[in-house]
Design a protein around this ligand. Structure first.
Ligand code: SAM
Length: 604
């Protein structure tokens, strides 16, 4: 099913008519009880009360979500339990018959769901939509109960239905065909953190009960501000919307109209959305030669080169005074020039600063050199520019540089081996020379993302997927805690003995019960003085999209609110390669990932 706004009505005397009514009111899907016309209470009852022929196969598949009988397959009462299981199985088999695979929605009633898990595990077809109340549904009953004590209410508030889902998720072994449908309720508004945590789950949809809508002054049904914000968060995560109403509700058209407006206000329609949650193997521009397509993507970033240009301009002004401007030459080496955007930034900066520059272009990719050579002959034929097809570590320069300009940074800062390359290029720089960038720092934080976990798990049949880091546009995630600085590299590095290995242990605190699925990785870099590029979520450079974050997977681990999560990270180096190893050591010691760089390493 594509993105949908769904009308949910418990019962109907005709599914085709319900679909017609929904379509006429701008809904593209309906959710209804699988026993739509009546409830046959005998599980042996084989008459479903309507034949499969009332809809075409395509309509059954594309327009229906089946809500199965609201029975308790985990009831402590053995008789009721067996009866419920038989009812549920009858519904499931009918849904699978009508829909080939089936979209089956089942409501969680409490914390014990072992039998439900067993039934889900026993079915190889179909999508299970697990309907979970966002807050404890028992709270609603207190509105009508005068006798409820404060401690009873407090106890009910402590019940967190997310835990019901979490236990079920582990019991069904993180089954990728099972998604969550979060049901909002007018009896209790969830906290911000509670909503944020759901965003790390595999959300299929949210259910908005019609009782959440209020009439505004123009007599239109709208959501109150706070609910708008909550629903907006889910919409920006691309959750589908299910509006649940009574059968005779006359305002269903207004609800859908309002929700469509919210979708257009909150829908995240940036042009990179096809990359969301997609795992990519990090580039290795030192070992591999990048292709033209990749360079072209770099070059479309509207912010990165502008900030580089500002940094170069600032360096030129700082090194050459106004009085010296006419005669003093600044030698700039662009290390790893690609198809030339940083060379262009140097010439632009020199022109604006009115300073003289001589530019050396050093690039080890022979195909990129062809484009650069052409640019030298055409665009820059009147400039003082010299080109060398060389690895910067082996380059013997005709003179030393005042400024080294490079962009050898990966999503985790040093993961494209900028420390090793720039250390190798130190011999190109005058003793008082500067490097742009002069510092890079990586950051990590613990992350919950069931979607990323499933994406990694799907790779495990072919590769050691939990021993690799991935570049990924993080979308369906919950930041369990804020990022902290991990490894730092400064340039030029004039230490007598250069050691680019690193090791650090960082501790984080969970604010809510959640599941740790992995570690987010980010970086920032100081180009010069206060000119900084950052993909750290706390300080992200606005509008810059050159780098997506990294994700280092770990095995799922349930975390309790207040728990300390300690993560140990290593950067290791040998004669041929550099690699990271990582391990969660608190609240539970877990396996070491990527030992010896067996799953993921960067070749020197
Ligand atoms: C991330 S790309 C950046 C390219 C270009 N500066 C830009 O911003 O579009 C890094 C470039 O550095 C080059 N490179 C990496 N390591 C190098 C080395 N040791 N010597 C020379 N060039 C290198 C790669 O071939 C690639 O063209």
């Amino acid at each position: 099913m594509h993105y949908y706004v769904c009308l949910h009505q418990e019962s109907t005397n005709s599914i085709p008519k319900l679909i017609q009514k929904a379509h006429a009111n701008n809904y593209n899907v309906v959710a209804t009880s699988i026993n739509a016309n009546m409830l046959p209470m005998d599980p042996q009852e084989t008459d479903p009360t309507y034949p499969a022929t009332v809809l075409s196969a395509v309509d059954w598949i594309s327009k229906l979500i089946f809500q199965v009988s609201d029975v308790d397959v985990d009831s402590p009462n053995a008789k009721l339990r067996e009866y419920s299981k038989a009812m549920l199985m009858r519904d499931v088999i009918w849904a699978e018959h009508l829909q080939t695979n089936g979209n089956i929605m089942v409501r969680l009633r409490g914390p014990n769901n072992d039998n439900l898990a067993e039934i889900i595990n026993s079915r190889s077809k179909g999508n299970w939509f697990i309907n979970v109340p966002i807050t404890n549904p028992e709270l609603a009953s207190f509105e009508h109960r005068k006798d409820a004590t404060e401690s009873e209410i407090e106890e009910a508030q402590q019940v967190d239905p997310w835990n019901w889902w979490n236990e079920l998720r582990f019991a069904i072994k993180h089954n990728a065909r099972t998604k969550v449908v979060v049901e909002l309720s007018d009896s209790d508004r969830p906290s911000r953190e509670c909503v944020r945590r759901w965003l790390g789950e595999p959300i299929e949809a949210i259910i908005i009960p019609s009782s959440l809508f209020v009439l505004n002054r123009s007599n239109y049904y709208v959501l109150q501000k706070e609910w708008q914000t909550i629903v907006g968060h889910f919409i920006s995560m691309r959750a589908n919307i299910i509006i649940s109403t009574k059968i005779n509700d006359k305002s269903i058209g207004q609800y859908s109209e309002y929700i469509k407006k919210l979708i257009s206000d909150h829908g995240d329609t940036h042009k990179l959305n096809s990359y969301e949650n997609m795992l990519e193997i990090p580039l290795q521009p030192l070992f591999d030669n990048l292709d033209s397509y990749t360079y072209e993507i770099f070059e479309t970033d509207p912010v990165k080169y502008k900030l580089y240009q500002e940094a170069i301009q600032q360096v030129l002004l700082d090194r050459v005074s106004e009085a010296e401007a006419k005669r003093k030459l600044t030698v700039v080496m662009v290390l790893g020039a690609g198809r030339g955007p940083l060379v262009r930034a140097v010439f632009n900066a020199a022109e604006i600063a009115k300073r003289k520059v001589r530019v050396y272009i050093i690039e080890k990719n022979p195909s990129a050199i062809r484009t650069l050579s052409n640019m030298v002959k055409t665009l820059w034929s009147k400039k003082d520019v010299h080109i060398f097809s060389k690895d910067m570590r082996d380059f013997s320069p005709p003179e030393l540089a005042d400024v080294l300009v490079s962009e050898l940074l990966g999503s985790f800062g040093d993961n494209e081996l900028s420390p090793e390359c720039l250390d190798g290029a130190l011999k190109l720089l005058k003793p008082d020379g500067v490097s742009i960038p002069c510092k890079s720092t990586s950051y990590i934080n613990p992350i919950m993302s069931a979607v990323l976990h499933n994406n990694v798990s799907q790779l495990t049949s072919t590769v050691p997927a939990f021993d690799s880091g991935y570049v990924v546009l993080l979308k369906n995630i919950y930041h369990i805690d804020e990022p902290q600085a991990l490894f730092e590299f400064t340039h030029p590095n004039r230490a007598a003995i250069i050691d680019n290995t690193r090791h650090k242990k960082l501790s984080f605190t969970a604010q809510k019960d959640c599941v740790l699925h992995g570690i987010g990785g980010y970086f920032d870099t100081v180009l010069y003085k206060n000119i900084i590029l950052s993909i750290n979520p706390l300080t992200h450079t606005p509008g810059m999209f050159s780098w997506f974050p990294m994700f280092f997977p770990t095995q799922p681990l349930t975390i309790k609110a207040g728990d300390t999560i300690s993560i140990e990270f290593w950067r290791r180096v040998d004669a041929e390669k550099v690699w990271y190893e990582w391990r969660v050591c608190e609240p539970k010691e877990s396996e070491l990932h990527n030992p010896g760089g067996m799953g993921y390493n960067m070749r020197l």
